[in-house]
Design a protein around this ligand. Structure first.
Ligand SMILES: N[C@@H](Cc1c[nH]c[nH+]1)C(=O)O
Length: 377
């Protein structure tokens, strides 16, 4: 496992300092996390990045690829309604083959489960990540911003059939599926491919569809070893059935989606461009854009230099839990594969972990070895 280089104690102190001021309670989290749960939450795409650990009996586990899910789980077991947590420790990710990225690395981060004004919290968290990253001394940083929710609001503005809209939303940060949608290849004309199980499950919410599959397996005495998780299988089956029912994008709609995804600019200009692309049902998108103007003002008030901000409508991250704004602090010298800090909003995750009441959820982390200008990873 490739380690990162260690950095001087004073540099680490400087990078940590803003996090100590965030009003968060220090926590630790188990290094071993349940593999199945992480794959369900982060998506199968994450599988190749996880260090899988197998012991005698027991469930398959993996080394924590980050702290977000682990801290969210601890927050839920604590029973507290709200909480704000600070962590500092190693995370582990398999580096892609051709890369020499560190596979065991330090993260310092904060996760906040709070019901207060989400836009203000988003701004605060992004400014915190910026402050930590900038404390490492690099002068080539940018804060790259994106928003899974903005794409959803844009898709809603187009007034598509609900299943087509839902399907299109799911293709965000799945380039292959997105390309198929835009090129009209996603909806097979032939109905011979229809699956009866797919048709049966199509009407159910995905979590229920997964539960049905699990029940079927247990009735049949099947115990899946490795392979795809029930949630993933249910997801595929539901998608398959919907594809046939929902139709496809018209040429004009596909062009609009392409234009939306091509938006990448200084945030104010980017928001103007997005507003100009809105379809007939524009009210929710306008609300989202207004929210962004406030969020940006909050980031700038929190100390992020305005000229370092970029809003990229297509920006997504490999973690499947984000459902609102998200960001990376990038260094020109390190390139886009090595973000210095990152974070975002994941309001839906606690419910997926079984929370009954939901507060908002937002967080960020910095990687000190990358932030440190004097060497780093
Ligand atoms: N855990 C994410 C960052 C994050 C924290 N909270 C939300 N997102 C990462 O490792 O990139």
């Amino acid at each position: 496992m490739r380690l990162e280089r260690s950095i001087p104690a004073e540099a680490l102190d400087a990078i940590r300092a803003p996090f100590l001021l965030a009003g968060a309670a220090p926590v630790d989290a188990p290094v071993l996390q349940p593999l199945g749960l992480l794959l369900d939450l982060a998506g199968e795409a994450m599988r190749s990045r996880l260090f899988v650990v197998s012991g005698d009996g027991g469930d398959e586990a993996c080394l924590r690829p980050d702290f977000t899910v682990a801290v969210a789980r601890q927050h839920l077991t604590s029973g507290a309604r709200a909480g704000r947590y600070l962590y500092e420790g190693k995370a582990f990710r398999v580096a892609p083959r051709s890369s020499d990225r560190a596979e065991e690395f330090l993260q310092i981060g904060v996760e906040a489960f709070e019901a207060a004004d989400p836009v203000a919290a988003d701004a605060e968290i992004a400014a915190l990540a910026w402050a930590g990253a900038a404390a490492g001394g690099r002068d080539d940083l940018t804060l790259l911003l994106g928003d899974v929710g903005l794409f959803a609001a844009f898709v809603d503005s187009l007034d598509l059939t609900p299943p087509l809209g839902a399907r299109l939303k799911r293709t965000f940060s799945r380039p292959r599926q997105l390309k198929a949608e835009l090129e009209g290849d996603a909806a097979p004309v032939a109905t011979t491919e229809r699956s009866r199980i797919a048709a049966l499950l199509a009407g159910l919410p995905e979590a229920e569809a997964a539960a049905v599959l699990q029940e079927l397996w247990s009735l049949a005495g099947i115990e899946p070893v490795g392979g795809r998780r029930p949630a993933e299988i249910a997801h595929r089956l539901v998608e398959k059935a919907e594809v046939v029912r929902a139709g496809r994008l018209s040429q004009a709609e596909a062009d609009k989606v392409r234009a939306f995804l091509a938006v990448s600019d200084a945030p104010d200009a980017a928001l103007d461009a997005i507003a100009a692309l809105a379809g007939p049902n524009r009210a929710p998108l306008d609300v989202a854009i207004e929210g962004w103007r406030r969020r940006l003002a909050g980031m700038i008030a929190g100390g992020v230099p305005a000229e370092r901000l970029v809003l990229n409508a297509a920006f997504g991250r490999a973690f499947g839990y984000y459902d609102g704004y998200l960001f990376e602090v990038r260094s020109a010298a390190l390139g886009e594969e090595r973000p210095v800090a990152a974070g975002g909003r994941y309001d839906g995750l606690p419910a997926r972990l079984g929370a009954e009441t939901t507060t908002g959820a937002v967080g960020c982390m910095v990687r000190p070895a990358r932030a440190y200008a004097g060497g780093g990873e």
